[in-house]
Design a protein around this ligand. Structure first.
Ligand code: NAD
Length: 298
């Protein structure tokens, strides 16, 4: 009989990841606080649960894919949470990007109940979630990791154990520093070209194969040129990640000046009502400073 997996959090990332698990032959019990994606997956063969505890009940593994630390805490440790439904010996895999200290808090609570825990945030965005090629950064016990590797390989193209519980989210924070700074630099470059009267699309085509080229540039330059800021990855989620970066860096006395600056830009964009736009909308902040709009073929 196929293994049944609990899945909680069916947003931009969680829904395609759950679909890939079903396509790989796993049976799923799913839950989200929003009814629509639950009903959608139920029509595709998943079983709908009425709480996180219900999604976990009777399963060897339960995956959570939620926005932030408080959401993971509530959905896993709260009343009718995943841990309440999980049986001793089973595994909870939290794939949300949250503060490493929260992963450790959740891991300790799981330990107390004899439930195993991995923090396993991802990178690769919605396209990677749909294609099942996400980079998965895992923190936890090596034996638990080995035991879950086959499941993680369904949603991931590169699944790496980086250390104990919390190390997955430390790795994700490192990833988010690089992505944020790259998008900000790309925005400055595009705006400079535009104001100088040089077609930003030609600039992109000229530099993409050189040292400045990157996965971020390949994903975000076309969105900027198309003026398509549909998330993708929401501004408010990247702001949350940088908040977690700066909180963790503060605890370790690590100054991160550029990350702090980009965090301010994201805060300003949220005040402008762009919280649910893609993070490539950092471009809007730089455009406003320069008084230009980047456009293809200009
Ligand atoms: P999202 O906002 O689209 O989805 C989150 C889902 O969680 C929503 O459907 C929401 O209703 C649900 N939810 C919230 N609280 C809940 C609770 N208590 N119980 C059950 N469901 C609950 O977010 P997303 O883009 O799918 O991101 C999920 C996580 O993955 C975040 O931590 C994000 O930072 C990370 N991430 C996102 C991307 C991306 O490109 N979107 C890429 C890598 C990592």
């Amino acid at each position: 009989m196929a293994e049944r997996i609990g899945f909680v959090g069916l947003g931009i990332m969680g829904k395609p990841m759950a679909r890939n698990l079903m396509a790989a032959g796993y049976e799923l019990t799913v839950y989200d606080i929003v009814g629509e994606p639950v009903e959608e997956l139920a029509t595709e063969g998943a079983t709908a649960a009425s709480s996180p505890a219900g999604a976990a009940a009777g399963n060897v593994r339960t995956i959570t894919m939620l926005p932030d630390s408080a959401d993971s805490e509530r959905a896993i440790l709260g009343p009718e949470g995943v841990l309440e439904g999980a049986e001793p010996g089973s595994v909870i895999i939290d794939m949300s990007s949250i503060a490493p200290s929260m992963s450790q808090k959740i891991g300790a609570a799981c330990d107390d109940k004899g439930v195993k825990f991995l923090d396993a945030p991802v990178s690769g965005g919605e396209p990677g979630a749909i294609a099942g090629t996400l980079a998965v950064m895992v923190g936890g016990d090596e034996a638990v990791f080995d035991d879950c590797k086959a499941v993680l390989d369904v949603v991931g193209g590169n699944v790496v154990l980086t250390g104990d519980v919390g190390a997955g989210n430390i790795t994700k924070l490192a990833n988010q520093i690089i992505v944020a700074a790259n998008i900000e630099a790309l925005s400055e470059a595009m705006v400079l070209a535009q104001k100088a009267g040089v077609d930003p699309e030609r600039v992109f085509n000229a530099i993409r194969g050189g040292l400045a080229g990157s996965a971020v540039m390949e994903a975000k330059a076309p969105m900027m040129l198309d003026r398509n800021f549909r998330a993708g990855f929401r501004i408010r989620l990247h702001q949350k990640d940088l908040r977690n970066v700066l909180q963790t860096a503060g605890e370790l006395n690590v100054p991160l000046p550029v990350t702090a600056l980009v965090q301010q830009m994201l805060g300003s964009l949220i005040n402008d009502g762009e919280q649910d736009a893609d993070h490539s909308a950092i471009l809007h902040f730089i455009e406003k400073l320069a008084g230009v709009e980047v456009n293809r073929g200009s």
